[in-house]
Design a protein around this ligand. Sequence first.
Ligand code: NDP
Length: 249
Amino acid sequence: MTKDGKKIALVTGGTRGIGRGIAEKLADEGYFVIVNFANSETAAKELMAEFKSKGQSGSAYKCDVSQETEVAEMFSRIEQEYGTVDVLVANAGITRDTLVMRMKAEAWHDVIETNLSSLFHLTKAVLRNMMKNRFGRIIAISSIVGLMGNAGQANYAASKAGIIGYIKSIAKEVASRGITANVIAPGFIATDMTALLPDELKEMSIKHIPNGRAGTPEDIANVVSFLANVESNYIQGQVIAVDGGMSLS
Ligand code: NDP
């Protein structure tokens, strides 16, 4: 909470794609929104200017979330400068797609460290104060690939499935302290990540979505907003697929 009583939300990978949609939604709702980025400094500056022009407040921190010491340093700066984090949205993620037969150990480790170990570092850093405050919301962005598997994405699927097991465990550890921990599993969302895919694959993916369209960052942001709400305190350790029905088939 900031000194002037605003809830603080931290969105990792918050300057682009899904993370940006989440950051904008939470800022619209009056949160003090801290976005983290690894490389996109220009986008971070643009987002801060956007917040300012709308009379919203927030801040941006450069930090590689796969690095425990960088994450710890980011949290101590946030706490000194603004206050303790009320809502953590662990969104940052990468893909290094290839078949297992061709996958180098580096592609395995990069994806596991960035997508999964980051969640361990972030929750370690945030939980102590959430427990003291008797309030917290931890929302991790997984993927339906973590539920279903996907050829060519074994490293990514393992990281996203790992997020689910980890969050369910955290939920059991902290539920009695006013904290909830939940997972959102997006389907096919139009961002830079999916723009990389060949057109044929994109068209095929969209054909498999009962809702008949790709998702948008706003589709995910709406569910984050719902889970972050004080009144969502009885939703615990759940995985919510936000995929237009893609995982039904
Ligand atoms: P993008 O590729 O558009 O954005 C990825 C974001 O993650 C960027 O903001 C990037 O920051 C950040 N990031 C990557 N590595 C690090 C790191 N080491 N430290 C800090 N930030 C980092 O992806 P999307 O917006 O599409 O995806 C967001 C999340 O949603 C990911 O976890 C992804 O796996 C998940 N998801 C996406 C789906 C989709 O269809 N798009 C479907 C299912 C899940 P920077 O630019 O500064 O490097």
